[in-house]
Write a protein that binds this ligand. Structure first.
Ligand code: ZN
Length: 278
């Protein structure tokens, strides 16, 4: 694990890259932040989490690091040691953890609720949506003692994801006051992550719908070896892709309102209205 710092003092802000080794965009953003010679207003911790997996260009060596913050993973897994060290490094911090995905090209955020400053920061990030994991954050980085925002910067391994990751990092640092300037606030749709959509065993998988766009009851949303999967009830696909996860297509999300407010004030809904949204 690589740990660096911008500025002097004890950081209360951190950026974490490459929790997953096959997502180089975060490590590249960290390197660019170091190379940029930024004049930070507060100290910032920078972490490249899974260097060994990054070097091997694999998601993980022994266990998914973003599932290793709980009790379910054997103690001798490389990632369990990393999880302990990472939790120590970011304790008490406001954290942006940079990821990339096979599901959706436009950047989006993932949170576990909207406590603390999270509802202020998310609308100031260049994201098209935010996903609330709610009860599905177990074993993830969210379990650590810190305010965590994860960002999916774009499609895994692309230059665009690397560019987006750097931009997300810059705007996050502006939003938390570690860089000068004011971050533009926008209104961001909120989706509840929902239940996992398991994959039946098959050789070939297909997905026919767009993430964050409503799937109607009776709509065919995916297939496994040509066998169609049809929606029993409407949902909003979250992190849905044919091959992004081994055992699941993604999640059966629901739309839960918005967070933030566009700067023209046209829509003033906020995180407070989440429970009453459709
Ligand atoms: Zn990831």
């Amino acid at each position: 694990m690589r740990v660096e710092q911008l500025g002097d003092g004890e950081p209360e802000v951190a950026i974490v890259g490459s929790v997953h080794g096959d997502e180089p965009c975060g490590a590249r953003a960290v390197q660019r932040l170091l190379d940029a010679d930024l004049d930070v207003l507060e100290p910032v911790k920078l972490v490249v989490a899974n260097e060994r997996a990054l070097e091997a260009n694999v998601r993980y060596l022994d266990a998914d690091l973003n599932r290793s913050f709980g009790e379910d993973v054997p103690e001798d897994a490389h990632e369990v040691e990393l999880a302990h060290r990472l939790a120590d490094e970011i304790r008490g911090c406001t954290v942006l953890s940079l990821h990339s995905t096979q599901s959706h090209a436009d950047p989006f955020a993932i949170t576990a609720g909207f406590d603390g400053s999270i509802s202020d920061i998310v609308p100031r990030l260049p994201v098209v949506a935010t996903v609330d994991t709610q009860g599905f954050g177990e074993g993830r980085l969210f379990a650590s003692d810190a305010d965590i925002i994860e960002a999916e910067a774009g499609l895994q391994g692309t230059e665009t994801a690397a560019e987006n990751a750097f931009r997300l990092a810059r705007e996050f640092l502006t939003a938390v006051g570690a860089l000068p300037g004011s971050a533009v606030e926008r209104e961001i749709p909120v989706f509840e992550m929902g239940e996992s959509i398991p994959k039946p065993p098959a050789d070939e998988y297909e997905v026919f719908v767009e993430n964050f766009e409503r799937v109607e009851r009776g709509e065919t949303f995916a297939a496994a070896d040509g066998h169609e999967l049809v929606a029993d009830d409407p949902f909003y696909p979250v992190l849905l892709s044919p091959y992004g996860y081994a055992g699941q297509f993604g999640y059966r999300g629901q739309h839960r309102g918005t967070v933030g407010q566009s700067s023209d004030g046209a829509n003033s809904t906020s995180v407070n209205s989440l429970s009453s949204a459709q």
